[in-house]
Design a protein around this ligand. Structure first.
Ligand SMILES: *Cc1c(COP(=O)(O)O)cnc(C)c1O
Length: 222
């Protein structure tokens, strides 16, 4: 087995184990392979292994890979990074799901630019407090949820968080738990949380999508 295949096998085994430990079905957690800064060829190889969901952070990189990999039928692009309003059109065109709504202006632009089926989206919440600056504060969430739900071409499906980078994944457990509580309070089914550093803990706390890059593709090229 080549290195990429063995990395995918190892992550799959850890996801399955985390699901078993939590009493969850394996099918309740989707693996998003975060391919940002890796070449399209790496995505092609992962696609050949059966991976279908890929995460990209940068709108222009997503735009280019979407074109380059247009022949990979069934590949789903997840835009997982915050986007500038002027680049929202690339996300609206290429993405299956957008994980990082952090202000109404971007949501409105995505809705304006989206053609075809509504874009599934998640609001990014800053549950980590001062350690992480990305996302809206829990206080601002109710009004943003209501405003996004009113947009015709967006389908609000869940919440995302990117907690601070820590050495001990357990330190992020309270943040994941809080995000799950918030999602329940708005009747949102999807929870995008957990990276290479902490996806097993995130699954224990209810993640439905884990965003794993380094454990699958290795260190990102600079
Ligand atoms: C890069 C990135 C990831 C993946 O991080 P790894 O540590 O490589 O698993 C997940 N989520 C977001 C928002 C990212 O930017």
């Amino acid at each position: 087995m080549n290195e990429l295949a063995s990395r995918f096998t190892a992550v799959e085994a850890e996801i399955a184990a985390a699901c078993r430990a939590a009493g969850r079905e394996r099918g309740s957690v989707k693996l998003i392979a975060v391919s940002k800064l890796h070449p399209a060829e790496s995505i092609r190889r992962a696609f050949a292994l059966g991976q279908r969901d890929f995460g990209e952070n940068y709108a222009q990189e997503l735009r280019d890979k979407h074109v380059e990999l247009a022949d990979c039928a069934g590949l789903r692009w997840h835009a997982i990074g915050r986007v500038q309003t002027k680049n929202a059109k690339y996300v609206a065109k290429a993405a299956h799901t957008f994980h990082a709504v952090d202000r109404l202006e971007v949501a409105e632009e995505l809705s304006r630019r989206r053609e075809g089926p509504a874009l599934r989206c998640l609001i990014e919440v800053n549950v980590g407090g001062e350690g992480s600056k990305a996302g809206v504060s829990p206080d601002a969430l109710p009004s943003l949820v209501a405003a996004v739900r009113a947009l015709p071409k967006l389908e609000l499906v869940g919440l995302t968080t990117m907690p601070p980078l820590v050495d001990d994944a357990e330190l992020n457990r309270p943040h994941f738990r809080e995000l799950a509580r918030l999602a329940r309070s708005f009747d949102l089914a999807e929870l995008s949380m957990g990276t290479t550093a902490d996806y097993a803990v995130a699954i224990a706390e209810g993640a439905t999508m884990v965003r794993v890059g380094t454990a699958l593709f290795g260190e990102r090229p600079k």
